[in-house]
Design a protein. Structure first.
Length: 383
């Protein structure tokens, strides 16, 4: 595959605003056409909320703007597309708008061939170029789009997509440096929440969660509301920057849970499980796992002399809202008041973040060969 050569000349082009448009001859008045073209940039750059709002603004200016209706149909879920197309006057469509309509009307299976057909007939049009390259996953053609349109808003979706091509290995070995160079160019052309989101994702994939959080904060601040698509990753990257603190917090909670188990503190045990739900316990006597009920007083014929955790490790999922904790539990107990049993188990637990608080869902104890677990048929939990 071809590669792109970055030079001072290319960078100079990237920061010079070139006023290319997706659809040069739209069936709209001048202002509505400008808004509709901006809406396409948002839509192809994966900013659907901004795309819909901008297309609706174009229709407020000129309700007969066919391109505005086409954009709303393209952005809509399948069952709502026709609602927007019914408002369309097909008689006045430009050649590019007619081709765009064919792509919108095509099924997922038909779209690659339809997009290729209309692009061959209008290969100089940026919208049909992007639709062809994206639906056919033609990475070389997407790279051509970068070279042809760099310096204009039109280049943003091409730059963003090609950046993922470099980081994803579509142009040889994964190249995060080249991907970030493309995204650097994109952000100099226009501030864009989705470009910020892409930069954040690339930083996160490189393990730089501080930079990822900073970029995601930019994305959220420019499009921050209760339904913002950028909030989820903002929270995730923030947690990633706090992972050492989260590990320490979970280790403290596990020890708190063990102390509550040893002391049979039902209130604390309830506090550490989700209200209305029960954790699953698999005890070290290797009897069947069972669903616990911390509110029910168990029949415990056992006195702990010592009970502590060692070698604790915390493993997070990608969102840092679920964790697997492993450790060794050691101690001793007596069931008669005289005979002391040495206790040693290997433990794994599953915890999840529920409404801002860590809760335990599963605790699994297995005896080690050098000591014992708890006695068989002991009615208890978390041993």
């Amino acid at each position: 595959m071809r590669t792109i050569a970055f030079s001072l000349c290319l960078f100079a082009l990237s920061v010079t605003q070139v006023h290319a448009q997706w659809v040069e001859s739209a069936s709209c008045d001048e202002l509505s056409s400008t808004l509709a073209n901006k809406a396409i940039t948002h839509l192809l750059n994966l900013e659907p909320l901004s795309a819909v709002a901008t297309a609706e603004a174009a229709l407020i200016v000129d309700n007969s703007c066919a391109l505005g209706h086409l954009i709303l149909a393209d952005a809509a879920i399948e069952r709502d597309k026709q609602l927007h197309l019914d408002k369309l006057s097909k008689a006045g469509l430009s050649s590019v708008e007619s081709s765009y309509l064919k792509i919108i009307l095509s099924s997922d299976e038909e779209r690659p061939a339809v997009a290729e057909d209309v692009f061959k007939k209008s290969s100089d049009n940026a919208l049909l170029h992007f639709k062809y390259a994206s639906s056919n996953q033609d990475w070389d053609s997407m790279l051509d789009g970068v070279n042809q349109h760099v310096g204009s808003e039109v280049s943003l979706p091409f730059l963003n997509t090609v950046a993922y091509g470099y980081s994803g290995g579509q142009y040889g070995e994964p190249n995060y440096d080249r991907a970030m160079e493309l995204l650097d160019i994109a952000i100099t052309i226009q501030e864009s929440p989705n470009i910020r989101d892409s930069r954040a994702e690339h930083f996160a994939n490189m393990g730089d969660f501080e930079s990822a959080f900073e970029e995601q904060l930019h994305a959220y601040a420019s499009n921050g509301n209760a339904g913002s698509p950028y909030r989820t990753n903002l929270v995730k990257y923030y947690r990633a920057t706090q992972h050492e603190q989260l590990q320490s917090e979970l280790k403290t909670l596990v020890q708190k849970r063990m102390d509550a188990t040893r002391e049979n503190d039902r209130e604390v045990l309830q506090e550490l499980t989700v209200e209305g739900y029960s954790a699953v316990a698999c005890n070290s006597n290797l009897e069947a796992c069972y669903v616990t009920d911390p509110s029910v007083e168990p029949n415990i014929n056992l006195e702990w002399l010592s009970f502590e955790a060692n070698n604790m490790e915390v493993y997070f999922n990608g969102n840092f809202d679920n964790a697997i904790i492993t450790f060794d539990a050691k101690g001793s107990y007596t069931t008669t008041g005289e005979v002391v049993t040495n206790y040693s188990t290997r433990v794994s637990e599953v915890w999840s973040l529920e409404e801002g608080a860590w809760k335990m869902w599963l605790s699994n104890y297995a005896p080690k060969p050098d000591a014992s677990g708890i006695p068989s048929s002991l009615s208890s939990i978390y041993y």
